[in-house]
Structure formats: structure tokens, C-alpha cells
Write a protein that binds this ligand. Structure first.
Ligand code: BMA
Length: 321
């Protein structure tokens, strides 16, 4: 088994949210967190949905990566009010440390679909919204943690309309920018595999630098079951110098809904990895093969799960034929 679920799973549930704010009273769900390691502590941004189906992001922090202190007040993105369209939901944050700052890619539901938003923080107390960064309907944007040849790179997943719900897609793209303003699509990186576990796909947490390539976790959706889509997790390796080259990819999913909290909830049959913490890196920032890896995922769009493994295990799974 590539991933091991933490025995305390689900590690964060709706009961974990405690706030005197009426909008956070007795919430419905908490899921799909972004994660980053800062000076030995794990920081999460949690997606919290209340009974009005309104969405908030809450910051949480932990020394051991398992027990979290959750802020009672939601994150405020300064400047987001300047968007001319109404913003219905801000969700599925992905956090990347880049140029010494913490950048957050966000999904933004606006009047005509979903866009990628970008925000930045230095301290997880004040957050600045930097604008909408996709022209077209798009989701699952993640920034690489390093510039490559001076450029910032991201992966994203353009959406097209779906008969059965919000837009989705089956192609992850590589996109670059010099200044976080103008973004240039390069080429497709990873494609969904019709009929198998990952028919529709989207990037999970930001890629991790390993000696074997950029390690990317992604979610795959099997759509060929009549009653429900099944959201699973897999992994891929991309070339370090030119991440549009796919080196390897897991044939099998590495996590699928099996536990009751993954099978049953607001949206059944979902594991959705969105945060990954690598505890040990070398002097050049490469993840150590035997490093503990903590993967935070939304389960059934209702709770947060934690699964653990090592870099070597994930790389081995990518290469397994
Ligand atoms: C995807 C996204 C995720 C969600 C998942 C399962 O399309 O909207 O936020 O967790 O569906 O419902």
C-alpha cells in the first residue's frame, strides 16, 4: 500500500470548527485544505461550508501535522472586493512557498463559471488578493515552488461544460509567467485516460522537487459508473528542467474512497488531495527519498483526512508498470 491513513482520521471535522461568528455556527463541512510547512509547523487553509452553502477559508496550524489549532475567524483576502463580478465561492486553496512568500491559488466561482485567483501572504495573518489569473473557466491551479529559467510555472486544468454539474476537464496544462500578471499556456502535461480510474483529472497539491523529477499528486475521476463519479488520487513525475515532459505516472490509483467518511457525505465517493507536506529536504531543496510525507485530502466533501507515505514509495508507485 502506497499511502497509510492516519489512525485519527478524519483528523478535522465540522465539530473541529469553533467560532462565535454566526456564519461559522454549526457548519456543514470542512474539506480540501491547502497545506505548507513553515519552520517545522504545518499550516492549512481549510475550506469550510456553512448551512447557507456559503464558503469560508480558515487558517489552521499544527506542530505534529495531526492536531490543528483552527482560527475562529475566516481569512480575508484584501482587494478581492475589487472584482467587478459577484464572487460566490472562494475554495480549494493550494499553497506554494515561492520567492520566500506564500502564494495561494484559489478557485473562484463567479457569474459565468470558475476562474483561478491568486493571493499572497507572508505571515498567514494578512492576505493580499493579486487578481484573477485565468481568462477561461479553469480550476485546480498550482504554482511550482521554484522558478525555472527565471519564470514562474503553474499547472492548471481548463474546464468545459458538463451535463452533470459544474465544468470539468481531462487535461492538465503547463502555464508560465514572468511577473504573475501575464500567463502563457505552453502545452498539455497530463491527460485523462478514458475508461480507467482517471478519466477527468486535476492537479492536487503543488509539485514537489525530487531527484527523480517534479512529483505531482493529482485527482482522477472515474465517470463510467451510473450512480456516482468516483474521485481518487494518483501521482506523476515531470522532468525537472522542462515539466511539460511526463516521465512516469501511476497506473493504479494510490488512494480511493474506502472508509466510511470517504464513501458517505455531502458528495459521496470522494478523496481529493490538496495539501502535501514533505518533512525533510536536502540543502538544494530536493525532497529526501525517506522523508515522511503527509497528504491532506478532502473526504466526501465533508471532512479532512490525512494519509502518510515516503517520497521513495510515491516515486516507486509512479514507475510501477
Ligand atoms: C471537484 C471540485 C472539488 C470537489 C470535487 C468533488 O470538481 O469542485 O472542490 O471536492 O469536485 O465534489
Amino acid at each position: 500500500m502506497v499511502l497509510t491513513r492516519h489512525p485519527d482520521n478524519p483528523i478535522i471535522t465540522r465539530e473541529s470548527i469553533s467560532s462565535s461568528l454566526p456564519e461559522l455556527d454549526d457548519v456543514s463541512s470542512v474539506f480540501n485544505p491547502g497545506a505548507v510547512l513553515v519552520d517545522g509547523k504545518v499550516h492549512l487553509l481549510l475550506r469550510v461550508q456553512n448551512r447557507g452553502r456559503e464558503t469560508y477559508l480558515l487558517h489552521a496550524v499544527s506542530d505534529d501535522g495531526v492536531q490543528f489549532d483552527i482560527d475562529p475567524e475566516p481569512v480575508v483576502f484584501k482587494g478581492i472586493e475589487e472584482i467587478s463580478s459577484p464572487v460566490y465561492h472562494v475554495y480549494d486553496p493550494r499553497i506554494t512557498k515561492l520567492d520566500g512568500r506564500y502564494y495561494i491559488m484559489l478557485a473562484l466561482d463567479i457569474h459565468n463559471g470558475c476562474r483561478l485567483g491568486l493571493a499572497v501572504t507572508d505571515d498567514f495573518q494578512e492576505y493580499k488578493f493579486l487578481g484573477i489569473k485565468s481568462h477561461i473557466d479553469n480550476r485546480n491551479g498550482v504554482l511550482f515552488p521554484e522558478r525555472i529559467n527565471g519564470q514562474v510555472f503553474r499547472l492548471d486544468r481548463p474546464n468545459h461544460p458538463m451535463a452533470d454539474g459544474p465544468g470539468s476537464g481531462e487535461m492538465i496544462w503547463l502555464v508560465s509567467s514572468r511577473d504573475f500578471t501575464r500567463w502563457i499556456p505552453h502545452s498539455p502535461v497530463l491527460q485523462g485516460r478514458p475508461h480507467f480510474w482517471d478519466e477527468r483529472i486535476g492537479a492536487g497539491p503543488p509539485p514537489v522537487k525530487t531527484r527523480d523529477g517534479w512529483l505531482l499528486l493529482y485527482h482522477g475521476v472515474a465517470t463510467h459508473f451510473s450512480s456516482s463519479n468516483i474521485y481518487q488520487a494518483g501521482a506523476a513525475l515531470l522532468e525537472l528542467e522542462d515539466p511539460c515532459n511526463l516521465l512516469a505516472r501511476t497506473r493504479f490509483n494510490i488512494l480511493e474512497p474506502r472508509e466510511m467518511y470517504e464513501l458517505v457525505g455531502q458528495v459521496p465517493n470522494v478523496v481529493f488531495p490538496s495539501g502535501m507536506v514533505v518533512w525533510d529536504t536536502d540543502d538544494e531543496g530536493f525532497a529526501l527519498p525517506d522523508s515522511r510525507v503527509s497528504i491532506y485530502y478532502g473526504a466526501a466533501d465533508t471532512v479532512v483526512g490525512l494519509a502518510e507515505t515516503t517520497i521513495a514509495e510515491l516515486v516507486r508507485a509512479c514507475r510501477e508498470a
